[in-house]
Design a protein around this ligand. Structure first.
Ligand code: FES
Ligand code: FE
Length: 457
């Protein structure tokens, strides 16, 4: 098969107001391999929340692309991240998802590492007749070259030359703050998570997490159920879910950012249905009126390539891990203010279960839809997809009034009625995808002088 240059998979012609993505980006195994090397191995990747490893010797395991990673707080309280592969023969050392341990002993031949990644014992070393050359090698776990955090979100990179995290997040930060500043003592994951796989490409989740257009069709049954609950005062009243149909007359919009990030937002018709509503006074006193009001709006953000924070029917953080061109693992956490009152926490959990949990109303509908798309992409005549065009004529370069009020400058802004259900929010992700894939194929660094600081709108 003839492999096209990455840039030709994304037909991006701002001057003609054309943006199309070729269906091969979701199916081609060669592109999938390149994505691992040129995107996941070279960008920042979310590793975990600082509050997940609150105590010395706490750890969580995760991945960067295909690389298993263990994020640990050592005995002195310092946070480190390591490749979770034994220096002996490469077995994954730490196999639990999270826990607390001073030492990690590889189950294969018993090499041991402490919580600072240092090799603390090679089983039967004295009897091993090792040559002096062996002692010259480090036997410690391989440290990730870069690890940084922003407001409790810990990111790591396999790329020593990745730009600083704050620069990577850039102007998106005020929107990220609207999720991470909700609690006066920071944010945590509610214990537990949903992990599931779907048989389709990871970028389907990247798009769908920002896709208002599918709500009234894919999730029509959920919208009807919530209306019936309201009318009949029956069903899952504990979720106190807002009536989505009341949103349809609301104003909403989107912002795009450099490095592939984007955000969508929608005014909230029923702010009293948000579990942070009872804390509104505290939030307003702490952060001011503008930001407090923005916390009540619905906001979804994508931090390229595979982190999304959605604050709609619940506040969730999700990552999507590419397993193959046609297989993805999802990991979804319910996020909450640290120290939240028990009754608010219960309400939050009921909302999370209702929609975003693997058994909720959203997930089965969305994953079935992703798999239907993946089946459709097998159709050779399909070619370029038209699902990136809604709203393209309404995008304005730079900051609109909303961005200015929050004090940031995006690449592009858009505001309109909900019915617009824009698809322009997808552009930044594919622009960055094409940029990183082209840079990788050309042997250029991922970030450097050739990097376009702001893609055109
Ligand atoms: Fe870990 Fe052998 S692979 S001890
Ligand atoms: Fe959905």
């Amino acid at each position: 098969m003839q492999i096209k240059a990455a840039s030709s998979h994304v037909d991006d012609r701002p001057q003609d107001q054309v943006f199309r993505v070729h269906s091969d980006v979701f199916t081609d195994p060669a592109l999938f391999e390149d994505e691992q090397r040129f995107i996941f191995d070279r960008t920042w990747n979310f590793l975990g929340l600082d509050s997940q490893i609150g105590k010395p010797n706490d750890f969580v395991t995760t991945t960067i692309g295909r690389t298993p990673v263990v994020l640990m707080r050592d005995a002195t309280g310092a946070i480190n991240a390591f490749v979770n592969a034994c220096r002996h023969k490469g077995a994954m050392v730490c196999r639990a998802e999270q826990g607390n341990s001073k030492y990690h002993v590889c189950p294969y031949h018993g090499w041991a590492y402490d919580s600072a990644g240092k090799n603390s014992g090679i089983k039967d070393q004295e009897a091993g007749r090792y040559a002096p050359a062996f002692d010259l090698d480090s036997h410690d776990l391989i440290r990730l070259p870069r690890i940084e955090q922003y407001k409790g979100l810990i990111f790591g990179s396999l790329n020593p030359d990745v730009i600083p995290l704050e620069q990577f997040l850039g102007e998106l930060r005020p929107l990220l703050d609207l999720a991470m500043d909700q609690g006066p003592h920071g944010m945590e994951f509610v214990p537990g998570r949903a992990v599931y796989t779907y048989d389709a490409n990871w970028k389907l989740q990247m798009d769908n997490g920002m896709d208002y257009y599918h709500l009234t069709s894919t999730h029509a049954s959920f919208m009807e159920v919530v209306e019936r609950r309201e009318a009949a005062q029956a069903g899952n009243q504990e979720a106190r879910q807002f009536n989505w149909k009341k949103r349809l007359s609301q104003q909403g919009g989107m912002f795009t950012f450099p490095h592939g990030h984007a955000a969508i937002w929608l005014d909230q018709a029923q702010p009293e249905k948000r579990p942070i509503y009872p804390a509104f006074e505290e939030i307003r006193n702490r952060l001011g009126e503008v930001r407090a009001q923005w916390m009540l709006k619905l906001r979804n953000i994508t931090i390229f390539p595979n982190l999304q924070i959605a604050d709609s029917t619940a506040l969730i953080l999700r990552t999507f891990r590419p397993l193959a061109a046609n297989r993805t693992e999802m990991r979804v956490y319910c996020m909450a203010p640290i120290g939240e009152a028990a009754e608010l926490r219960a309400w939050r959990l009921r909302q999370f279960e209702d929609f975003f949990n693997a058994s909720g109303f959203a997930t089965p509908d969305d994953t079935a839809t992703f798999e239907a798309c993946q089946a459709g992409y097998q159709a050779a005549p399909l070619g370029y997809l038209q699902g990136y065009a809604r709203g393209i004529a309404s995008v304005q370069p730079g900051a609109n009034e909303e961005a200015a009020a929050l004090g940031f400058t995006p690449v592009g802004s858009l505001k309109d009625g909900f019915q617009l259900q824009n698809e322009a929010c997808f552009h930044s992700g594919y622009r960055e995808w094409a940029r990183l894939m082209s840079a990788g194929a050309a042997g250029q660094p991922a970030y450097g002088s050739h990097e376009t600081a702001a893609a055109p709108e």
